[in-house]
Design a protein around this ligand. Structure first.
Ligand code: FEO
Ligand code: CA
Ligand code: CA
Ligand code: CA
Length: 595
């Protein structure tokens, strides 16, 4: 950690330039190699990828679509050999399937068949895959006994914590309310100190169809945007039709704990961590040895949360932490103008969270986390995405990606811009007190181009014309305590003039608030999953949905990208081969620490 006032650059690399083209770019002196792609076979007998003749059974044995969170779990304590745990957040039908009648409009399911829906389900969820570095290069191990696909098509999961067994999570397939098939829209995540992975269910509302008008919980559904009707699944599978299975939406929107070292283990939905559009789940040990988990609810005007476990973490015996995430207190953040953040407990019977106000038990408080947080007066934020804690300094970084619906009257100190197209990064200053019910907060940077006055950006003046970024989404803190930020501008990248990527970010000393561009994705992609090996010699990044976002604004490309006419065919660049979401391994040429 640089001392206060120290002006030295903590990142030694020469930054790359803003821009947009069909491929990826990394800072000089580094290699960025494709490690695994959508469709790559994960088992010895798995079929080779054939996008012109895909089946759900093939897809279920292959790496899924739209890789987002990446976690690395070392094997035998090694940093050149381990398991990658990768979220597959969602699917882009128009880029996955040949012959659809043009790019799909939202809620237009023309041409979507039952088999396509099954392929989509099989392309969702997670992959666990063994990876190894040999001769300096990473590769994945196709026939590893650890390799696993987890999907909303066929993986049974347990509901645990206060909501397990509750009447509001019982369905015709699960009369006990304890067993759910699958996980949906897994966005970011986290790794626990005992080596399990937390994977986060984000935009689960989009998978549900039906008419909410006659639903018994119509108003509660509305607070979560259910039914979102983004996918045709409910046409072929009754559990995604809220008219047929009214409680099914209550079984999604959770944080799921997965033990990647045991491929037969049952993933567990940890309901004590609340139900919302979970972006990520950043674990940090508290000052008294318990666990704090910081979490964002990614929607305009939604909230920042933390969970503090009741029990201390047993660092010697991973199995002893099996129920740690079932007991504790969930808090939501209120950010006051004076720089104080107050953590408000979501506990049944306290304050307004009573039966008279519609919360009959802690299960109701958790199923309806957003409504409970509304009642407590939490601060509506500009789309809280990934959060990371810096274990050395106690700083907690919160990515607030954007909010183009915030009006001038809705501006406050912690969300300081109306029509916030470019987002900002918030810092919570805990001084290591992660159990505290009050900390301080500061805005670290306001994103966007500082050279354009109307943007209202705020960066350290040492930031170059390539060092600023827009729409921070994911982030990682490396073992040296350095912050790295990745972006997701969606279709807004023409407003910044650069594709998404990875930026290094100074948080200490005179260079605090300086960005520096390290990696850039191909056109229409977003940058997910930054994950360092524990020795900082490899950075894994996930290139999500290449060609998909805003590609009609690229180089004369006509219309939205489709399977037949994508804006890029990254990373294969072969005729007839669609673009493929892929994980990239970044290493330093000749070895050594990234950046
Ligand atoms: Fe899936 Fe909030 O990004
Ligand atoms: Ca995200
Ligand atoms: Ca992260
Ligand atoms: Ca995203």
């Amino acid at each position: 950690i640089a001392a206060e006032g120290e002006a030295s650059d903590r990142f030694g690399f020469d930054e790359i330039a803003h821009g947009v083209d069909t491929t990826h770019h990394v800072a000089a002196g580094h290699d960025a190699d494709i490690l695994i792609r959508w469709g790559d076979p994960l088992f010895a007998g798995a079929p080779a990828f054939n996008p012109h003749n895909q089946s759900a059974d093939a897809q279920e044995q292959q790496f899924g679509y739209n890789n987002d969170y990446v976690g690395f779990v070392p094997l035998e304590g090694r940093f050149d050999h381990g398991l990658l745990v990768v979220n597959h957040e969602y699917t882009n039908e128009e880029l996955m399937f040949p012959g659809l009648p043009g790019p799909q409009d939202e809620h237009d399911f023309t041409g979507i068949t039952r088999e396509m829906v099954e392929i989509e389900k099989a392309a969702h969820g997670l992959s666990v895959v063994e990876v190894k570095r040999e001769g300096g290069k990473w590769h994945y191990v196709r026939d590893s006994r650890y390799n696993r696909r987890i999907t909303p098509r066929s993986t049974a999961m347990t509901l645990s914590g206060p909501v397990a067994g509750h009447q509001r999570v019982r369905t015709s397939a699960d009369a006990e309310g304890r067993r759910v098939i699958g996980t949906l829209n897994n966005c970011a995540g986290g790794t626990t100190p005992w080596g399990t992975i937390l994977t986060c269910e984000e935009n689960f509302h989009g998978y549900f169809l039906g008419d909410a008008e006659f639903h018994p919980e119509k108003d509660k559904l509305a607070r979560y945007g259910v039914p979102g009707m983004s996918y045709a699944w409910g046409r072929f599978d009754s559990r995604f039709d809220i008219g047929q299975e009214p409680n099914e939406p209550n079984r999604f929107g959770w944080v799921v704990e997965i033990d990647p070292l045991d491929p037969t283990s049952t993933p567990i939905k940890r309901t004590a961590l609340g139900r919302f559009k979970h972006e990520g789940a950043a674990s940090v040990l508290t000052e008294d040895g318990r666990l704090a988990v910081y979490m964002g609810d990614d929607q305009r005007f939604d909230y920042v949360y933390k969970f503090v476990s009741r029990d201390v973490v047993d660092r010697a015996d991973p199995a002893a932490n099996r129920e740690l995430l079932d007991h504790g207190t969930l808090y939501v953040a209120r950010f006051d103008e004076d720089g104080t953040v107050t953590w408000l407990p979501l506990v049944h019977g306290e304050g307004p969270l009573t039966a008279e106000n519609g919360f009959a038990s802690q299960a109701d408080v958790l199923i309806d986390t957003r409504l409970a947080a509304d009642a407590l007066g939490a601060t509506p934020m500009d789309r809280p995405e990934d959060i990371e804690a810096n274990p050395e300094t106690g700083e907690v970084y919160v990515m607030l990606t954007n909010n183009d619906k915030r009006t001038g009257e809705q501006v406050d100190a912690v969300n300081p811009r109306g029509d916030n197209v470019f987002g900002h990064v918030l810092e919570i200053v805990t001084e290591g007190r992660h159990t505290a019910t009050q900390n301080r907060w500061e805005v670290l940077v306001k994103c966007g181009d500082p050279a354009r006055g109307e943007v209202g950006a705020m960066w350290n003046p040492a930031t170059s014309e390539n060092g600023w970024f827009a729409s921070p989404d994911n982030c990682a803190v490396d073992a040296r305590g350095r912050l790295w930020v990745t972006t997701d501008q969606g279709g807004n990248w023409p407003k910044s003039g650069t594709a998404d990527g990875v930026w290094a970010m100074e948080t200490q000393g005179e260079r605090r608030g300086t960005g520096k561009m390290f990696f850039r994705v191909p056109v229409g992609a977003e940058m997910c999953g930054p994950c360092f090996t524990p020795d900082d010699t490899t950075l894994f990044v996930a290139v999500q949905h290449p060609a998909a976002d805003g590609a009609e604004d690229f180089d004369g490309h006509q219309g939205r990208s489709s399977f037949e006419t994508p804006a890029t065919r990254w990373p294969d660049f072969e005729d007839g081969m669609p673009p493929r979401p892929s994980v990239v391994a970044i290493t330093r040429q000749g070895g050594g620490v990234i950046g």
